[in-house]
Design a binder for this molecule. Structure first.
Ligand code: 7TS
Length: 415
């Protein structure tokens, strides 16, 4: 705890904010922007944008195919970014680190490639009740084709996965467990390491949706021993349309390619086509080269600050804001897990989240309202949606105060 305090005190948030020009603006010509929608997407530091600009102005060529200087240079930069992603997740090998368009893309890859090979009629894919639609719907599509089914693991009132129920649901019909590391709506940090160990006792592989963990927690896929881990670049201060899927080599070798095309083949004839080695087997076509390289810059940026320091800063904001919000009459926080990341979903009395969000917006405060692509979770809590404030590395206590001011205004107008 003492360490966390020290880390927090040495954190120069004003200095970091200078890296994000977008934060300097006023909205509706009046209010300084308070950006609390980091769960949906985070803002980009100059270091990331400048990396993209430099790449396009000076280094662009298609990769992995040119003998010429520029192509080799672009290839090297792209592969260096892959190595950065490998280190970021502590993956054993770069060939287990696939560039994707994002978490959704990574999960679809696994659902289709693994699902089509290993799922059979009557099989079960376990997901938690708090999953984002991206970790439900791809499984439903594949299961529907095959006659398998997606079964939700229940959660408790605090928004934690019911571990007893989970243990009892594992069995011979279960072919995959797919859970998020951090819930985008509740902020719950799930005990995925223990869940993976338990699934492995039954020989069941586990996919972890790390969309919300990557910007906040240190990821160590070897320590977790997960089979797949998917993240999105745009939520970790990197470009949109980028992401990483880590997969254990044994699985990536065993499952078929997701998409066919250039780059993913070894030889093509009309009689028989053979596939390229990892990771290229899963990277058909010309990728988002600039995005991948700039994702490497985002990883450098996070490392230069330190994820532990970012987490300490965000935890301070989480505690500070939660405490203050709870003093508002009629306040109900959805998601009160013991282990939480910096996401606060709330409802005030019977004020509709959309009304609250609209007033906050008019005061320059960007939050997300609605079901947050977690409709089954909303049904579980029997609510139409929530107002969600999600903090990033550049947010401040002064901004939390602005949110509170906004909430009081909402109460005054609708309460
Ligand atoms: N999984 C989780 C846990 C997420 O929070 C999201 C996006 C995704 C998957 C999908 O990520 P993508 O980058 O492929 O789109 N979550 C949100 C959100 O909370 N608000 O907008 C997007």
């Amino acid at each position: 705890m003492e360490d966390a305090v020290l880390i927090h005190e040495s954190y120069d948030v004003d200095r970091l904010r200078e890296d994000f020009p977008v934060l300097e603006q006023t909205v509706y010509g009046k209010y300084p922007l308070v950006y609390l929608d980091n769960g949906a997407s985070s803002q980009k530091p100059k270091q990331v944008v400048e990396t993209m600009e430099k790449y396009y102005y000076h280094h662009h060529a298609n990769i992995h195919r040119g003998v010429h200087y520029l192509s080799q240079e672009a290839t090297t930069q792209y592969e260096v970014a892959r190595d950065k992603a490998r280190d970021f997740m502590n993956a054993p090998h770069s060939r287990e680190v696939l560039f994707t368009k994002g978490t959704t893309d990574g999960i679809n890859l696994v659902a289709y490639s693994y699902g089509r090979k290993y799922l059979q009629e009557g099989d079960v894919v376990l997901v938690s009740t708090m999953e984002h639609h991206s970790n439900i719907v791809p499984w439903q599509i594949v299961c529907e084709e095959i006659g398998a089914k997606v079964v939700p693991i229940p959660i408790n009132e605090a928004g934690e996965i019911d571990q007893e129920a989970y243990a009892s649901m594992l069995g011979p019909k279960v072919r995959m467990v797919a859970v998020n590391h951090v819930s985008n709506t509740l902020g719950t940090i799930n005990p995925v390491k223990d869940m993976i160990a338990l699934a492995h006792q039954h020989g069941i592989p586990v996919l972890v949706d790390g969309a919300q963990s990557a910007p906040h927690l240190t990821i160590d896929v070897q320590d977790l021993d997960c089979d797949f881990y998917a993240i999105s670049g745009h939520k970790m201060y990197g470009p949109t349309g980028t992401g990483i899927l880590y997969g254990k080599e044994k699985w990536l070798d065993a499952i078929p390619p997701y998409q066919g095309g250039g780059e993913m083949i070894q030889t093509v004839t009309f009689e028989k086509t053979t596939y390229n080695e990892l990771p290229h087997k899963f990277e058909a076509g010309t990728p988002n080269i600039a995005g991948g390289i700039a994702l490497g810059a985002a990883i450098d940026y996070l490392n230069s600050i330190g994820l532990d320091r970012i987490a300490a800063h965000e935890n301070d904001l989480l505690e500070y804001t939660t405490k203050a919000l709870l003093e508002v009459e009629g306040m109900r926080i959805i998601g009160t897990a013991a282990n939480k990341a910096s996401v606060i979903s709330f409802l005030i009395g019977d004020i509709h989240p959309y009304d609250a969000g609209t007033i906050l917006d008019k005061m320059g405060i960007a939050v997300r309202t609605g079901h947050h692509c977690t409709e089954p979770l909303m049904n579980r809590f029997e609510i139409p949606g929530t107002v969600r404030a999600s903090f990033g590395l550049y947010n401040t206590r002064a901004e939390a105060d602005r949110l509170l001011e906004g909430v009081h205004k909402v109460v005054q107008l609708f309460g």
